[in-house]
Design a protein around this ligand. Sequence first.
Ligand code: NAP
Length: 323
Amino acid sequence: MTQKKIVAYKPLPPDVEAYLRTHAEVVNVDPKEHAAFVAALKDADGAIGASVKITPDMLEGATRLKALSTVSVGFDNFDVDDLTRRGIVLTHTPDVLTESTADTVFALILASARRVVELAEWVKEGNWKGSIGEACFGVDVQGKTLGIVGLGRIGGAVARRAALGFRMNVLYTNRQPNEQAEQQYGAKRVPLDELLAQSDFVCLQVPLTPETRGLIGADKLRMMKASAILINASRGPTVDEAALIEALKNGTIRAAGLDVFQQEPLPADSPLLSMKNVVALPHIGSATHETRHAMNRNAAENLIGALDGTLTENIVNREVRMR
Ligand code: NAP
């Protein structure tokens, strides 16, 4: 039997790459070398990577390809229907990143409410000359109302922190109820417009899909309280960024804590970079040493399991029958 070939289109930790090499030949490619990447896929059995859009035309002629493994929970970089038609299994890494990402969300909530980043810069710039006054005050987090748009795995971990740690009142919007969050954290399911009108903090944690693209636009921002803070650690395009910038400039909402953007990295001329009421992070949701390692390991195991036909979980398109 010929050895399987795997294309790795992101750097992997040495132990994870060694694990893959016990099962297959591993070819490392830089996805920025587009032609070489596409050429490598043509005779590969599987591929592993992240943060690169894989379009149908890149898979033309990749007749051996049986599995793609993304080192992420979100799979908006793939055309899932097209993969299913081609009989290619797509795997992802839910659960292992849930808690780290929920920590990032909470860091954004606290940083935005208490103006942590802005005031830390102010201190470093040598502006702290006496005891501070109202000009440095923020707003409370504890006891406030948190609205979670997309209360799934990560949203649930945010709800737990909010309800049990900060005694917050949790509202949420999902297509289906999340009974566990209702029972354990007193989360209440409400329509999106009601969530926007009532929440002091609105956290977006939906996947990016045709339905959620542009979900928060000018009309929705106007429904929020003028004192409210928007947190986005889902995907940039769930928010109309131009409308958000306007809303932050004219006081439609108080502030925003953002881990994701319409264009990443954030362009140097983005107005968001110079706005004091914006905390902008470089897409660090799951970015801890421990979690990123666990994600890489999980994705490698998913890929080998998918190629062997033994994988039972972490499969995005279950319709594809594995060999
Ligand atoms: P999940 O468990 O699938 O949760 C997603 C939630 O969104 C579900 O509760 C789902 O409920 C809800 N939802 C889906 N479509 C919706 C719609 N049209 N309207 C309202 N609610 C909708 O996923 P997760 O593991 O929590 O991850 C969520 C997303 O976070 C990922 O897809 C990814 O894009 C993002 N993420 C970002 C980072 C980062 O670095 N910033 C890290 C990890 C993940 P229903 O199906 O009932 O609607």
